[in-house]
Design a protein around this ligand. Structure first.
Ligand code: ADP
Ligand code: MG
Ligand code: MG
Length: 900
């Protein structure tokens, strides 16, 4: 005997259970579970995923499989008292695929396997001379077998069916009688033969074997492969195959088939939700061939089955302790269960149901927390369009940042700011956005671009701001100079109103009605969960409270202004993890920055810095006040200075024009020269971060002084300020040492005996810093991982260049499951973080570790940061609740796996 012959490839339903999903697939495991609960499941067996794996590896059925199928089939035949396809009294079966994860793109189901020209007569006799039923079942077999096993185009069969109905002068397949259906079988067989070059197989066992093999092979169908890559489902799992005794919902008006949910999967409300279709076989319900009736109507049609079904649904809920969805069939007044699983639900329903199940004592709060997630919470925080509007979209782009926005179209940042100041809601429309559009994006309700993808500037910035964005709507032709865009024959100009849906990517002309998010109202404090009758708000409140109690990670926010800080605090932020100082160099301060850059002498430079100092100090005072004693990490200036100057082309034109007019061009020429001098081939890898501080005397010193003075001022006023100064882009401990020595001197001088304590730490965002973290920790009181730059430099990607250029291809090829800028690349960039955390803490026990950057608000990344042992994550204000929730989930999940 070879090893293979001893493998068990086939399990009777009575042998399996719900924990065997890897082996039996989801459908098979749950059919077994229901069988063992004593529920009415038609007998059958499951061929394992292992058999599929073996088949795919060798291109043939593994040794032993045929014999095991034979044995289980014989047992089934004995149990049912019929033989497969017997001409007088045939046993019929369905062949159903069912993998570990439900997967579109795999073979579906073949019903009525075992019917042929002879057994169709037997089936009719068995059903009390019901010819119509028998021929209806046969034509369905040829149709499904042809389509799914032999790849005959489905339209051919659909067309022949329409033809038969037309001949009958009807649109309802129930009007076709036995003779019509017999004729249809002939037509179907012809179609089958034409497309496959062979007759429809008459041998029942051959039908069964071909169907099983087709299920195996569907695992490697192109669509299935693509889906797996994108969803990160391993390619080698394989699918199971279920062979199930047929029961018939098409035996007459006392038969039928349906689907049901144990609660409303849309809202989570308790009640009976489902559809029923009399005198039909399974596929008809979903195919929408005839109109289904609400499940409640079954109470009139067949009260006994209806009440039995309700009992079973209650039992399944109690057993699975969750919402279940169900597929069932009634054969002449007898109820059969054909499938169940823990059902999909909307984000709102997920929270509501978890809360209800806690109330009902079925699950505890940890389990409730486990069953919801940050992506769902994020979804609930965006406004959305009312569900019942009927306005057709004019274009569809990528749903880059969820939410619903409607407003007046503008094409420039300046116009967006103007109209917003008048209290108008605006949608900024651009081909693509760049950093100059920032003010316009802040002012706008939503952003629409005709270029770029999920990771373009517009998409990324909008997500950070929690602002609705549709990107890459390429049917739209944007003409900024003319201030209009065209789409599908429409021309939309500045001032016209459009609506965009950042979840679906749809673009509408005119105003689609919007509903605000109740969950945001709750976070902002305008909906009190104790006093509103809103199941969703109450559930969110309860679960968030539990997450906060459970989480070990603190959650801070990225905020550059007092207003951002205030909002983030309402959302639960426990400090600022990243306060960028560069915006403080923009607007009316640009001129001072230009003076600084153009400074010809030390005195010029010192003057410019001295003028900037009080402005910076005031910025920090506001933020420290707002954060009232919570830590505030301030990053010293990071971007290359030429970002603060006008673009080269513009300066060149200015100079030329001014010369033409004979005006004084000294300043413009100096700026132009500075821009030329400062040009960099790779600005991302150029003069920025700590390098600026080391090259431009007094720059960092001014910022450090502003921070320290602001902290002292706030303290003198009776407040508490906890500043943490963060040095960006450090790669070597010597860089940090140099900055620190100078900073400490200034701090000591400013702080005196005020009691203010200022920490000095660094970002870890250059791979070398991560790899020498043990040395750097000697000079740093904290590390904050700058995961954006760490990702850029870890992969050697320039984000602005790569996202538009080839990320789509990488995603398509499955090189990424998700952009590494959105979710941390655990294996590569994550490894750098792990090394730095471990070696940093080894050198300086208790070293404070955090992360700032978009990853801090990404659910999967939060779990990673918890695992690595960071102290906090920091993210944009809008993401703070998501991070709180996921930090709670990460804590209970690790606790769970420790005790297991
Ligand atoms: P899917 O995974 O697409 O839901 P299923 O294998 O569940 O496919 O089959 C679809 C439908 O076919 C089922 O909901 C059920 O109505 C019908 N069906 C499957 N097997 C049988 C059977 N043995 N008897 C009667 N109907 C069946
Ligand atoms: Mg199903
Ligand atoms: Mg950085």
């Amino acid at each position: 005997m070879t090893a293979h012959e001893t493998d068990k490839y086939v399990y009777d339903f009575a042998e399996g259970n719900r924990d065997l999903k890897d082996l039996l697939g989801g459908k098979g495991a749950n059919l077994a579970e229901m069988t063992n609960l004593g529920l009415p499941v038609p007998p059958g067996f499951t061929i394992t995923t292992g058999a599929c794996q073996a088949y795919l590896a060798t291109g043939r059925e593994p040794d032993g499989l045929a014999g095991q199928i034979e044995a289980h089939l014989e047992a089934l035949e004995r149990e049912m008292g019929r033989r497969l396809g017997d001409p007088d009294d045939p046993l019929l079966v369905s062949v159903r695929s069912g993998a570990r994860f439900s997967m579109p793109g795999m073979m579906e189901t073949v019903l009525n396997v075992g019917l042929n020209d002879r057994s169709v007569v037997g089936l009719s006799n068995q059903a009390g001379q019901n010819d119509r039923f028998a021929w209806d079942s046969y034509r369905r077999l040829i149709q499904m077998f042809g389509k799914t096993v032999c790849e005959v185009p489905g339209e051919e069969f659909a067309h022949a069916l329409d033809e038969a109905k037309r001949a009958k002068g009807s649109t309802d397949d129930l009007d076709l009688d036995a003779d019509d259906l017999r004729g249809l079988v002939e037509a179907y067989k012809k179609i089958f033969a034409e497309h496959t070059g062979r007759e429809f197989p008459q041998e029942p066992r051959e039908q069964l074997d071909l169907a099983i093999r087709a299920v195996f092979e569907s695992w490697n169908a192109e669509r299935a492969i693509l889906y797996r890559r994108q969803e990160r489902i391993p390619a080698d799992l394989g699918t199971a195959v279920n062979v199930v005794t047929m029961v018939f919902g098409n035996l007459g008006p006392d038969s039928g088939t349906g689907v049901a949910f144990t609660r409303d999967p849309g809202s989570g409300a308790q009640g009976i939700y489902g559809d029923y279709l009399a005198n039909a076989q399974g596929e008809d319900v979903v195919a929408g061939i005839r109109n289904t009736v609400p499940l409640q109507e079954l109470e009139q049609l067949d009260p006994k089955s209806y009440h039995q079904l309700l009992d079973i649904m209650a039992r399944l809920e109690g057993h699975y302790q969750d919402l279940c969805d169900i597929e069932f069939t009634i054969e002449r007044g007898k109820l059969w269960m054909l499938q169940t699983r823990v059902g999909k639900r909307t984000a709102a329903a997920a929270f509501v149901i978890a809360g209800q199940l806690v109330d009902e004592g079925l699950i505890d709060l940890d389990e409730a927390l486990h069953r919801v997630n940050g992506a769902q919470l994020a979804q609930l925080m965006f406004p959305r369009f009312q569900l019942d509007h009927e306005i057709p979209p004019v274009a569809r782009g990528i749903g880059a940042s969820p939410g619903a926005a409607c407003g007046t179209v503008v094409f420039t940042s300046a116009r967006a700011v103007e109209l917003a100041a008048e209290g108008r809601s605006v949608i900024l429309v651009r081909r693509e956005t760049n950093p100059d559009d920032l003010n316009g994006m802040i002012a706008a309700q939503g952003i629409l671009t005709s270029r770029g993808g999920k990771t373009s500037h517009a998409a990324v910035v909008a997500r950070g701001m929690g602002k609705t964005c549709v990107s890459g709507a390429d049917e739209i032709e944007v003409n900024v100079p003319a201030r209009r865009f065209t789409v599908g024959g429409h021309t939309v100009g500045e001032g016209d109103v459009i609506s965009i849906d950042g979840t679906t990517g749809k673009v509408y002309l005119g105003e689609v009605p919007v509903m605000p998010s109740e969950v945001v109202q709750y976070f902002e404090g305008s909906l009190d969960p104790a006093h509103v009758d809103n199941a969703l708000v109450r559930a969110v409140h309860r679960i968030m409270t539990h997450a906060d109690a459970r989480r070990r990670l603190a959650v801070r926010t990225n905020a550059d202004t007092g207003a951002d800080a205030a909002r983030a605090r309402r959302f639960g932020a426990e400090g600022i993890g990243l306060c960028r100082t560069e915006h403080m160099f923009l607007g009316d301060r640009r001129e001072l920055v230009e003076r600084l850059i153009l400074a010809a002498t030390d005195a010029d430079r010192t003057d410019a810095l001295a003028a900037l100092l009080p402005l910076q100090r005031q910025d920090f005072v506001e933020i420290f006040r707002e954060m009232a004693g919570l830590p505030v990490t301030v990053r010293l200036i990071d971007p290359p200075l030429h970002e603060f100057l006008p673009p080269l082309e513009q300066l060149a034109v200015n100079v030329a024009v001014a010369q033409e007019r004979g005006e004084d061009v000294a300043k413009e020429e100096a700026l132009l020269a500075a821009v030329r001098r400062m040009h960099e081939e790779n600005p991302m890898l150029g003069l920025r971060g700590v390098r600026l501080g080391l090259v431009i005397p007094g720059l960092f010193a001014m910022q450090v002084r502003a921070i320290a003075e602001a902290a002292v001022a706030v303290t003198r006023d009776g407040g508490v300020a906890c500043p943490e100064i963060m040095v960006p882009l450090v790669g070597a401990v010597q860089e940090l040492e140099t900055v620190r020595t100078e900073a400490e001197k200034i701090i000591a001088e400013v702080v005196g005996d005020s009691g203010v304590e200022v920490l000095i730490g660094t970002m870890i965002e250059v791979p070398r810093a991560a790899l020498t973290a043990g040395q750097i920790a000697e000079a740093a009181q904290f590390f904050s991982f700058g995961t954006n730059d760490l990702t850029q430099m870890g992969w050697g990607f320039s984000r602005d260049d790569v996202e538009g250029a080839f990320f789509w291809r990488y995603l398509e090829l499955g090189i990424f499951g998700i952009s590494p800028f959105e979710s941390i690349d655990r294996d590569g960039v994550g490894r750098l973080i792990r090394i730095a955390a471990e070696e940093g803490r080894a050198a300086r026990p208790g070293l404070k570790l955090g992360v700032c950057g978009e990853h801090g608000g990404d659910p999967d990344s939060v779990h990673f940061f918890h695992e690595v042992g960071l102290d906090y994550v920091s993210c944009s204000p809008f993401r703070v609740p998501v991070a709180r929730l996921e930090a709670g989930r990460a804590a209970i999940e690790t606790a769970g796996s420790d005790s297991r």
